[in-house]
Design a protein around this ligand. Structure first.
Ligand code: 7RM
Length: 649
């Protein structure tokens, strides 16, 4: 961590928005910051009023830490705000989605077409017995039907829970069981790097352990029989069959501002992911506001967020934020290197993308692939770039600025979390000068500070990031686990939100986020708990104990290294190493595949029994030992540990 700090603090370059950008920007100066500070509630009310409400709220905020309620008594519908009201306002013919499948197939949908499809599918869901309040799980590729299904759930008031299509059957059924989802929506398969991702087959596996699911809806993505599947009579239904005779008349359900909109699972410090809950009025206000100002969105923009809807970034900045703003956006199914490593730049050029939002791990991969690839495409329409998911190293920031942004696009480095629902720390591109590697300042209306363990504010230097007053899109809890909600986010300080990130502030008060300070890893922008991977390893018959650490990786940011103690019956071998990696993939998903597995006879623990992760990281990075493939001799670990304990005094 201290290497990162030193490195970041040497970064002194400052980038001002160009006069041309500033002149056309929604926000040109610091007025909204001052206004929000003067009266935060009035400021958020102004945003909420820009949405359509069936009934107005009577009270803006009720704050009984750690629970907040926003826009109390108000009634609205998230889908209505993303679709119906645009059609009503004459934007029915505006293109909502420009979709590209990985093989190159295309589909454009206008807002009127989205309204028609979503209404029909909402009726189909109702016909299959889904009622307001019932949870619906989605396990889908990045096809238009995923966005449509999410909106259809919102339309009838059935909280959705999207599970990323890269997760395993076990991960899927764990999530279904936790929320007792009644319905599962999937597709026969999806495309990823030219390979067929057999989603329905994985669902069938998950369904063996998901007793709450009554019906399964299957979208036919593979039109040429590339992925034959089994359909279980009475349980499984083709999407196109349901749509064939569904009525397109389905008024949006008036929802209470505090009704549950969705549950999205995210990794924490235990083996069990947390079901983060977001409600309707506050969440919609937060994503609407941040999409408009952070991405400086205008009616003529073509927005492209490259995230998967299976992550929060796709919820907030593909589905709800952009669509609430009546944006035209690109949606892409596949990998950035399929069929070749310039796919993203080809998509940008073909569709005239103006605002592009991606992750540092992708940018680092593009850097490796070479600047001549983007140079072969016309990226001149781009006017604003964004970054999300992990700290962006200054080298990647500068490369992005030069080679993608043509040195004319501001870069918004946006810090936020599944839990925060919307962007929290970010420049406003027309008003805030940027520094490569810094997420700059809190969004207007957000109160971010650095605190010490004791809760003392740090004006300049290092501390823990904190949010000291409630914000509309904040999580409302962890599904089924109020105690964990309190323990995880609200026990460090009194009534102040603890996001779990370390950070420093410079002389301008800019935030430089350093990464997690808990046992959560950020692998290629995805959160994975060390305990989750440890549980998956221990689940294997040959493993007695394991300890997992994150180690630096030049593209992924962090890679997973696992130390494994085998049972007496097993012997270390290359084959076993492969088998264990595969076991983790089967238990969690490919994103959790360990880069390195080291067999050891013992794990270095402190006298109080805590695993010494810092020592393990050093060993895994080769800082402590030459050959680290096996630490079979217990005395090796013991002597390492002693040396460490001596050093630490
Ligand atoms: C949106 C998202 C959240 C964690 C968060 C941080 C890290 C995200 C940035 C960042 C530095 C950023 N949600 N993180 N964005 N760190 N700069 N701009 O990623 O719930 O999946 O992850 O990601 O550690 O706590 S998430």
């Amino acid at each position: 961590m201290s290497d990162t700090i030193d490195h970041l603090l040497q970064e002194k370059r400052v980038f001002e928005p160009s006069p041309e950008f500033k002149a056309q920007a929604h926000v040109k100066d610091d007025t909204p910051y001052r206004e929000a500070e003067k009266d935060r509630l009035a400021y958020w009310e102004d945003w909420a009023k820009q949405l359509d409400w069936f009934e107005p709220w009577t009270k803006t905020l009720e704050w009984e830490p750690p629970y907040s309620k926003w826009f109390i008594g108000g009634k609205l519908n998230a889908c209505y705000n993303c679709v119906d009201r645009h059609v009503k306002n004459g934007l029915g013919d505006k293109v909502a989605l420009i979709w590209e499948g990985e093989p190159g197939d295309r589909r454009d949908l206008t807002y009127s077409e989205v309204l028609e499809e979503v209404s029909k599918f909402a009726n189909a869901l109702k016909k299959l017995g889904v009622q307001k309040g019932d949870r619906v799980a989605l396990y889908m590729p990045m096809i238009p039907e995923l966005a449509l299904a999410v909106l259809a759930c919102a339309r009838i008031g059935a909280p959705h829970s999207v599970v990323f299509g890269g997760f395993s059957a076990t991960s899927l059924s764990d999530r279904i069981v936790d929320q007792e989802a009644k319905m599962l929506i999937t597709a026969d398969a999806g495309w990823r790097r030219g390979k067929v991702l057999p989603l329905k087959a994985t669902c069938d596996e998950a369904l063996k352990n998901s007793p709450s699911i009554e019906n399964v809806v299957v979208v036919n993505r593979m039109k040429n029989g590339e992925a034959p599947i089994d359909m279980k009579e009475g349980r499984d239904h083709w999407y196109h069959d349901l749509m064939a005779d569904a009525s397109s008349d389905c008024p949006a359900e008036p929802m209470d501002s505090e009704d549950l909109l969705y549950i999205l699972y995210t990794s924490g410090t235990t083996g069990k992911p947390k079901g983060i809950m977001h409600t309707t009025g506050g969440y919609m206000t937060g994503v609407y506001a941040t999409t408009k100002w952070v991405f400086d969105l205008k009616p003529e923009d073509v927005f492209w967020c490259t995230a998967d809807i299976g992550w929060v970034t796709g919820h907030s900045y593909i589905v709800y934020g952009p669509m609430a703003n009546a944006a035209t956006q690109v949606m892409y199914e596949g990998a950035p290197d399929s069929p070749s490593r310039d796919r993203f730049w080809k998509i940008c050029a073909d569709h005239g993308v103006t605002v592009f939002y991606t992750a540092p791990t992708a940018i680092r991969a593009f850097m490796k692939w070479g600047h001549d690839l983007p140079a072969q495409h016309d990226l001149s329409k781009l006017r604003l770039l964004g970054s999300v998911g992990e700290p962006i190293n200054p080298e990647a920031w500068i490369w992005y600025h030069k080679n993608i942004g043509g040195e004319k696009c501001p870069i918004v480095d946006t810090w936020w979390q599944t839990e925060t629902g919307a962007i929290m720390i970010t420049p406003l591109p027309g008003a805030v000068k940027t520094k490569p590697g810094s997420a700059t300042k809190a969004f207007p209306g957000i109160e971010a500070k650095l605190l010490t363990d004791e809760g003392k504010e740090v004006e300049k230097g290092g501390g823990y990031l904190s949010i000291s007053s409630p914000w509309p899109s904040m999580l409302r809890g962890i599904y089924g686990d109020p105690q964990r909600f309190k323990d995880t986010y609200w026990s460090k300080w009194d009534g102040i939100y603890f996001p779990g990130d370390g950070c420093t502030r410079d002389e301008d008060g800019y935030f430089w986020i350093l990464g997690r300070v808990d046992d959560v890893m950020n692998v290629a922008g995805h959160r994975i708990g060390t305990m989750e991977v440890e549980s998956a390893l221990v689940d294997h018959q040959s493993v007695a104990e394991s300890a997992v650490v994150g180690i630096p990786h030049d593209v992924k940011g962090t890679a997973i290294a696992a130390f494994v103690i085998l049972k007496d019956s097993a012997e270390p071998s290359d084959d076993l190493e492969k088998e264990l990696k595969q076991h983790v993939v089967e238990q969690i998903g490919a994103i959790a595949r360990p880069e390195k597995i080291m067999f050891t006879a013992d794990l270095p623990k402190t006298r109080s029994g805590k695993i010494m992760r810092r020592l393990l990281r050093d060993i895994a990075e080769g800082k402590t030992l030459g050959d680290t493939t096996t630490l079979a001799d217990p005395t090796v670990v013991e002597s390492l540990k002693n040396r460490y304990e001596d050093k630490e005094g």
